[in-house]
Write a protein that binds this ligand. Structure first.
Ligand code: PLP
Length: 382
């Protein structure tokens, strides 16, 4: 059983994808074309964002969102110590300096108290990340941001479909992002991403930054903008073929999200009493209603790497999200962090393991994974 597969999903969607791709090939506009504009509108409708800017990847979306919200060289951005590397490397790529804060042990989201402790006079932004299946404590983060006049950019790369009191992830601060990397809840067949914002100025700047700084692209939502190159931009246009695949899959996203929740519930029931399984994922109850989405199912276990090898030997794929805390990554060595600076993140890196979870999977597949885990720890079936 692979860690991820979407071949069954593709079989169902194939006629729609074929029709859309055929149309792109006939029109001859392969990037930044009609399918991208259509996807942006469809994502605006799905998320409620006033502006959606399709780009080349979630990483580029973060760099662009940070720059479009005013990050300047030397500015400090508070980032959780437990996340994918792009949450922090994007800060460097945008010219800023990441400052790491520890996370909450249950949600793995940045701890608001740790954000407050990390603020210095150079801090301009905070970047909460919504990991795995739930949002970070946005009430806490927004309160600290308001107190210290920080701009909030959400790394909502994993968070499509998640909502905080009805507002979609990425729209609680000044800007947010989506990643459409193939394994994501809404995944392309290559790289793609998007910036989400309700702020027209951030939307305009993001649209310019993705296309060599040109404000000249004809965009229905930004009429009358000149062709001047006012900012040094990137080439981060989205491919139309990726947009076509995403449009076809977006129509089925909520069905896929329900299937993921069903599979996650089955995992939680079957893994409940296995010694060696130290922590099952729990969705933290917040001060407001939240909608959670099971992007990945991450457990904490003892002898994690040994278990992963045992499962791999039985053809069960797993992933380690994330093996090295960001503050101890070699690329940030000159920032001077030492082991012990962010203990919750460091502990999580040593124990977390993601199990297969995708709409192609069925309950028999979940049983097979749980049985194998039970046999590893107890010598018996689950
Ligand atoms: C939390 C987080 N941030 C950023 C990214 C970067 O997105 P991408 O892989 O599309 O560049 C990802 C996904 O890989 C992610 O999970």
């Amino acid at each position: 059983m692979p860690f991820f597969s979407q071949s069954t999903s593709f079989a169902d969607l194939w006629p729609d994808i074929e029709r859309r791709v055929d149309d792109i090939i006939r029109r001859g506009k392969y990037s930044h074309g009609n399918a991208v504009a259509e996807l942006e509108s469809a994502l605006a409708a799905y998320t409620g964002a006033r502006h959606v800017v399709g780009v080349n990847s979630g990483t580029d979306a973060l760099v662009i969102a940070l720059r479009a919200t005013g990050l300047r060289p030397g500015d400090e951005v508070v980032v959780p110590a437990f996340s994918f590397i792009a949450s922090a490397s994007s800060v460097v790529l945008a010219g800023g300096t990441p400052v790491f804060a520890d996370v909450e042990p249950d949600s793995y989201g940045i701890a608001p108290g740790a954000v407050a402790d990390a603020v210095t006079p150079a801090t301009t932004h905070v970047l909460p990340v919504h990991l795995f299946s739930q949002l970070a404590d946005l009430s806490g983060v927004l309160a600290v941001a308001a107190e210290h006049d920080l701009t909030v950019v959400e790394d909502s790369a994993e968070a499509i479909g998640m909502r905080w009191d009805g507002t979609h992830a990425g729209l609680l601060g000044r800007a947010g992002v989506l990643s459409f990397f193939p394994t994501k809840t809404l995944g392309a067949i290559g790289d793609a991403g998007a910036v989400l914002t309700d702020d027209p100025q951030v939307g305009q700047t993001a649209a310019a930054l993705r296309h060599h700084g040109r404000f000249g692209r004809t965009l229905d939502n930004f009429p009358g903008i000149s062709h001047a190159t006012e900012v040094a931009g990137m080439n981060s246009k989205m491919d139309d073929i990726q947009a076509a695949v995403l449009l076809a899959k977006l129509a089925r996203l909520d069905v896929d999200i329900k299937k993921r929740a069903l599979l996650a519930e089955a995992y939680s029931t079957r893994l409940a009493d296995i010694p060696g399984v130290l922590r099952l994922p729990t969705v933290v109850s917040r001060s407001v209603p939240t909608s959670d989405v099971w992007y990945v199912y991450v457990i904490e276990v003892s002898r994690r790497d040994e278990l992963a090898r045992y499962l791999a030997a039985r053809d069960i794929g797993t992933e380690t999200y994330y093996p090295v805390p960001l503050h101890l990554q070699p690329c940030f060595a000159d920032l001077g962090y030492r082991p012990g600076s962010c203990p919750v993140a460091e502990r999580a890196c040593g124990h977390t393991l993601a199990l297969p979870l995708y709409p192609d999977l069925d309950l028999d597949g979940v049983d097979e994974v749980c049985d194998a885990i039970a046999r590893f720890y107890t010598g018996r079936h689950a």
